[in-house]
Design a protein. Structure first.
Length: 255
């Protein structure tokens, strides 16, 4: 399996515009380049705009955008275009088109089709201090592994497979952060999942069509639809959300 950097190296030179407020993507190399550059910048205050539909090479593994140390903090506007052929199969804890997004982020306006996201790591990990096996949490969804910002007007028919916890068709975990003694708000609005969520493993739990789990802070899910399938052996699974644990101010409406 080739990595996205095979394609992305060519586009890094074209993307050397650190002060640009709007960066446009109109080619495969640019999309891979965006992924690679996210390892060095969080794109805060910038808009990444997809200006045409993109078909990726499924034999080139996608590198999820953002990380816990540098979450994506800008705006990704898909322009109602379609991305196809995105493929991930690895053992990292955060998997999706975006691995982790920041509270200031907005991901919106696109279709994701003919794509597959697989967590191939262990479901249990031995804790030396406690002298026992513990569950592994892998936050994964086809769009965002760990959503801390906003998601709006996105469709996905992708397949998401895992043997570990917290798996959603769109979002693995919707997560509000505590800032200055107050929790931030994460929103999922006007989104549609029509793919497959498959969760296996003896300890695997928290699977949902929209989000695997919602935790802490204010989570707002409005005008969302799941017409896909959720297959899980756990009781903590659902058509919309696997496990709902948030503040009293959180909202699920028209979904």
């Amino acid at each position: 399996m080739k990595k996205g950097i095979i394609y992305g190296k060519e586009s890094i030179q074209d993307w050397d515009r650190a002060d640009a407020k709007i960066m446009e993507i109109d080619a495969v190399v640019d999309l891979y380049g965006f992924s690679i550059l996210s390892e060095a910048t969080d794109f805060a205050g910038q808009t990444i705009k997809l200006t045409k539909s993109i078909s990726l090479d499924p034999s080139v593994e996608w590198i999820p955008i953002g990380s816990t140390s540098k979450p994506f903090a800008g705006t990704f506007d898909g322009g109602m275009n379609t991305i196809t052929g995105m493929y991930v199969d690895n053992e990292t804890a955060y998997i999706g088109m975006f691995a982790v997004t920041a509270p200031s982020s907005m991901v919106k306006n696109f279709y994701l089709e003919d794509s597959e996201f697989i967590y191939s790591g262990p479901s249990l990990k031995y804790n030396e201090e406690k002298q026992k096996d513990e569950e592994v949490g892998a936050y994964m969804g086809s769009i965002v592994g760990d959503l801390r910002g906003d998601l709006d007007t996105v469709y996905s028919s992708a397949t998401v497979k895992s043997v570990a916890m917290q798996v959603g068709g769109l979002v693995g975990r919707a997560n509000g952060l505590k800032v200055d003694e107050k929790y931030t708000t994460s929103t999922i609005n006007n989104c549609w999942f029509d793919g497959q969520v498959v969760l296996t493993g003896k300890t695997a739990r928290y699977a949902g069509g929209i989000a695997g789990v919602t935790v802490q802070g204010n989570i707002e899910i409005t005008n969302c639809l799941n017409t896909g399938s959720v297959t899980a052996g756990s009781e903590q699974s659902g058509g919309l959300i696997g496990w709902y644990y948030t503040s009293d101010e959180s909202v699920i409406q028209n979904s």
